[in-house]
Design a protein. Sequence first.
Length: 243
Amino acid sequence: MATSTRPDLEHHPILPHDAWMAARTALLAKEKAFSRLRDELSRERRALPWERVDKDYAFDGPGGTVTLADLFGPRHQLVIYHFMFHPDADAGCKHCSFWADNFNPIVVHLRARDVSFAAVSRAPIDRIERFRRRMDWGFTWVSSGRNEFNYDYMVSFRPEQFKRGDAVYNYAPMDMEHEDREGVSVFYRAGDGTIYHTYSTYARGIDPLNTAYSYLDLVPKGRDEDELEFTQSWVRYHDGYAE
């Protein structure tokens, strides 16, 4: 029988204030070291070499065709969230929706730092728009259903890849259960209009972009997912939780 990793909150250690402060400041030293390491990792991420984007991707937006260049608007940097939304589905992925609930409030702040933001899915634009209105989201969201964008950035997989078992996700071969997966890709547009792909991250690489998880990591129970059928089986669309 597997040993439960859920914390025993009824028998948790209790200390007087001075001893609690000593334990807390000892952990603070580790938190500061982690922050410095995170800053170093961020610098190394920004220093990665880029690759030129040679394809002219055309997406379907609510107002018609939108190019990758159009998604930048007047800015030089673009963040794209690869949102799982199968062409035959009526709604986007619950788990991507969990992340997407973070997007609306930050877009204005990203724009102030020369960054545009968009979500991209393979679903037809009319289904995307219907679901976006249901969720009351205002961020830019376009369909890649008529181009190779999802496949080129390794977040969608063709039937023949499933048959051969050679789908690549998160930079490694993987047996895939779904035709689409989640991720984030970053692009830079130079002064001459050339677009470069600078970074992509997948799977748990997108964890820091979910502020709800950041808060859950602070509370005594943490994410409290270890004993669930699968990690995020508790997640619902934000209009689907019973209060």
